[in-house]
Design a protein around this ligand. Structure first.
Ligand code: PHE
Length: 347
């Protein structure tokens, strides 16, 4: 009987050695170790043996069976490892090879410029206020002293929103002045930056553009403060401390007096020419128009419930796109909005 057990053992071990698949191993397992397998036949035959034989043969049979069960499991593991090994061979991965850097984008030049401006004004004590891109006629015009029949509305070729009564894509950031003053008592010192919309569309105008609005209201706020703040701002934003500003008289219904703000051309430094070559940017004048400004009209102050005898203030509005074009020597406005990576990646 003992020889029979050893023989079975050898048979199974040999068969396992050459087995090439799970299926073969499974068949061997059933054949030798299964309920109706060869080992169970031996177990069954134990009952006809003497007690002594039962003990020794039984123990041996159990030991060998356990040993063979382990051998079968090992074989399964070996086959599985081989299979994985084959995959690893074909899809070989070297973890020490340097990776491929994913393309990481960055913010648009105009968004970065907006941050720069917020920082410059932030250092002068201005906080940032926000308003909606879609405005009511009330805030965009009426409260700013531009009544419905006023010709100043024609200057701002407005997009009216269909089906929404008296609603426009804001033509300027000035309504934020009104919204902020309505919600806060003086003193006020804010800027507001964002998108504005007008029906213009040519080499220097696009239907969507960006403005920076500024507002400072308090006791004894004067035009001298306005000039100091705008001059400092221009010098900071163009990184040129030689820049000067000048005011020309102009008209905006929500300020009195109204001003046009110019600064010396950052390209030719106010000379109108560079080494005797006429400066194209400022058309040889040495000055660039940067925005509008003025002392807040008493009517606007009263519209929001401020005492116009006690408080004075100034406001200004600047076009950002043009300033970015000047600073980074960009020759066409459309480049900002075309999403051409060859352009965008330069900044
Ligand atoms: N909102 C004016 C414009 O868009 C600019 C401006 C702002 C003028 C504030 C005066 C004061 O043209």
């Amino acid at each position: 009987m003992k020889e029979k057990i050893e023989k079975l053992k050898k048979q199974l071990i040999d068969a396992l050695k050459t087995a090439k698949s799970d299926e073969i191993v499974r068949n061997l397992e059933v054949d030798f170790l299964g309920r109706k397998g060869k080992f169970n036949d031996i177990m069954k035959s134990l009952k006809d043996m003497s007690d002594d034989m039962k003990k020794t043969v039984g123990r041996l049979a159990n030991e060998v069976k356990t040993e063979l069960e382990v051998a079968v499991q090992k074989k399964y593991a070996q086959l599985e490892a081989e299979e994985l090994g084959q995959i690893a061979d074909t899809e070989w991965l070297d973890v020490t090879v340097p990776g491929i850097r994913p393309i990481v984008g960055h913010r648009h030049l105009i968004s970065k410029f907006i941050d720069d401006i917020e920082l410059i004004f932030g250092k002068m004590g201005f906080s940032v206020a926000d308003g909606p891109d879609i405005e009511t006629e009330h805030y965009c015009f009426n409260q700013l002293n531009i009544p419905p029949d006023h010709p100043a509305r024609d200057m701002q070729d407005t997009f009216w929103v269909k089906n929404l009564d008296k609603t426009v894509l804001r033509t300027q950031t000035s309504p934020v002045q009104v919204r902020f003053m309505e919600a806060h008592e003086p003193p006020v010192r804010i800027i507001s930056l964002g998108k504005t919309f007008r029906k213009d569309n040519d080499a220097t105008h696009s239907p969507m553009f960006h403005q920076c609005e500024g507002l400072m209201v308090g006791e004894n706020v004067s035009m001298a403060n306005l000039k100091a703040i705008l001059t400092h701002f221009m010098q900071q934003v163009f990184e040129d401390s030689s820049i000067k500003t000048r005011f020309r008289i102009s008209f905006f219904p929500f300020v009195e007096p109204g001003l046009e703000v110019d600064c010396t051309c950052p390209i030719c430094h106010g000379e109108g020419k560079i080494e005797n070559v006429p400066c194209k940017l400022c058309k040889q004048t040495g000055w660039l128009e940067i925005g509008g400004a003025g002392m807040v009209h008493p009517k606007v102050l009263e519209n929001v419930g401020y005492d116009s005898k006690k408080y004075t203030g100034f406001a200004f509005g600047m076009g950002l796109d043009r300033m970015v074009m000047i600073k980074y020597r960009i020759n066409h406005l459309r480049l900002f909005f075309e999403n051409d990576l060859r352009f965008i990646e330069q900044f």
